[in-house]
Design a protein. Structure first.
Length: 241
């Protein structure tokens, strides 16, 4: 009889232990989950509305950034090689031959050179004005889309902070409805708040890295355009003499 009672107590204790949640065990299970499953879980916990909005900022921002990177890499030109070709063409076939070289070369530098060479017979001053004016147009094309990336960088943290405020409001509403401060009630709202904030900041950081890279790439191309334009003017002056 004593052994039967002892066995019943032991089984009851084991059942109660199995029903009691173990934070360490839950953490172990979460760590064993695949990374994509953990991200999916956090996405759902953070609230589909705000998390989807932040995710859309990341998707659109990356799409524009990748498109700009491809465009800028295609816009990069070996200006030294192009200037040598133009100088040789000027020496052998004149301005028309140099214009043909520019037509067959891709990139903003070749386009600027073509506009300058097209007005070579109107004087050096006209060529300089044409190069400066068309250089501004090319620079605007290089910077196209950057304002949208900057917008997404600003919006993503704002959406995260808005999710933070709404999560805190939900936590206080739950406390008010329960009439008591319970850790479980407060933890749910704070968890949503922290997840949305962290997600918004991560998205902003990623897009900011791409944005700074694009700005540096554009600055390099612009400096190359300015140096090459000065060299083109020198070639034209030399050809006039």
């Amino acid at each position: 009889m004593f052994l039967a009672v002892l066995g019943f107590i032991t089984i009851s204790a084991q059942y109660a232990a199995a029903q009691t949640p173990d934070p360490a065990s839950d953490l172990t299970v979460q760590q064993e989950m695949p990374i994509h499953q953990q991200l999916k879980t956090k996405f759902i916990e953070g609230g589909a509305g705000f998390m989807a909005s932040i995710l859309m900022c990341l998707i659109f921002g990356l799409a524009i950034a990748i498109e700009r990177i491809i465009y800028l890499n295609m816009a990069s030109t070996n200006t030294d090689k192009l200037l040598r070709k133009i100088e040789e063409a000027m020496a052998n076939g004149g301005v028309e031959a140099a214009k043909d070289v520019c037509r067959n070369t891709k990139g903003p530098v070749a386009s600027i050179f073509y506009q300058g060479l097209a007005r070579a017979d109107e004087g050096i001053e006209v060529v300089e004005k044409s190069v400066v004016s068309y250089g501004s147009v090319q620079m605007s094309q290089l910077e196209n889309g950057l304002s949208w990336i900057s917008l997404f960088i600003s919006i993503a943290p704002m959406l995260g902070f808005m999710g933070t405020v709404i999560g805190m409001i939900g936590a206080f509403d739950a406390i008010e409805a329960a009439g008591d401060i319970s850790p479980n009630l407060v933890a749910g709202g704070i968890k949503v708040a922290l997840i949305t904030t962290v997600t918004g900041l991560i998205v902003a950081i990623i897009l900011q890295i791409f944005y700074n890279y694009l700005i540096a790439k554009i600055d390099g191309i612009v400096v190359t355009m300015e140096d090459a334009s000065i060299s083109l003017i020198d070639i034209l002056v030399k050809a006039k003499k």
